[in-house]
Design a binder for this molecule. Structure first.
Ligand SMILES: [Zn+2]
Ligand SMILES: [Zn+2]
Length: 178
């Protein structure tokens, strides 16, 4: 079964925001093989949702649920992109707060949470960019920056959340500590 396409979160299975499961979706009442495993902002208890009910907007419309904090977006992010991401796109679990970077006049696409082991194995070319992000965007320098880079851990945090601009293909990062 192929998941519905999410422009701003192209592979939610790889990122871990959608997981294989036999659970029944609280919106459509079907067990479709996958459920969403990220934050749901709702009044009541967090529902179990399948990715199809997120993609078609029905989970947002019927349950008034959103999946990404509306405060996560930098100034200048187009309103249409913010709505598509908060209302119809699987989010991701940060430790403190979510950030969703923008680039080239649009929101970026979320790729995956990574720790240093995964960076060195699968995203080696990103190591220097993440270090630059820690130094220049987070204002951490010297040995502390290197130590933060080396302590990145997908499961325990601090974690680097990787985004990519679909237009210029630049990577963007959000490093969040628990
Ligand atoms: Zn559903
Ligand atoms: Zn760009």
């Amino acid at each position: 079964m192929t998941l519905p396409p999410f422009r701003y979160h192209p592979d939610p299975i790889r990122s871990g925001s959608v997981v294989p499961s036999d659970a029944v979706c609280d919106r459509c009442g079907q067990a479709r093989g996958y459920v969403y495993d990220g934050p749901v902002y709702v009044e009541d208890d967090e529902p179990t949702l399948c990715p199809w009910c997120i993609a078609d907007g029905s989970a947002h419309e019927e349950l008034d649920a959103t999946f990404v904090d509306a405060e996560a977006f930098p100034d200048g992010t187009p309103q249409a992109a913010i709505e598509e991401i908060t209302e119809r796109t699987p989010g991701y679990s940060a430790w403190q707060e979510e950030h969703w970077p923008a680039c080239c006049g649009d929101a970026t696409a979320y790729i995956a949470p990574v720790g240093i082991a995964k960076i060195r194995k699968e995203y080696r070319q990103l190591e220097g960019f993440i270090l630059n992000h820690i130094i220049y965007n987070m204002g951490i320098s010297g040995g502390a920056a290197t130590r933060l880079l080396q302590s990145l851990d997908r499961a325990k945090g601090p974690t680097a959340f990787v985004f990519r601009c679909p237009k210029c293909e630049t990577h963007h990062f959000h490093v969040d500590r628990c």
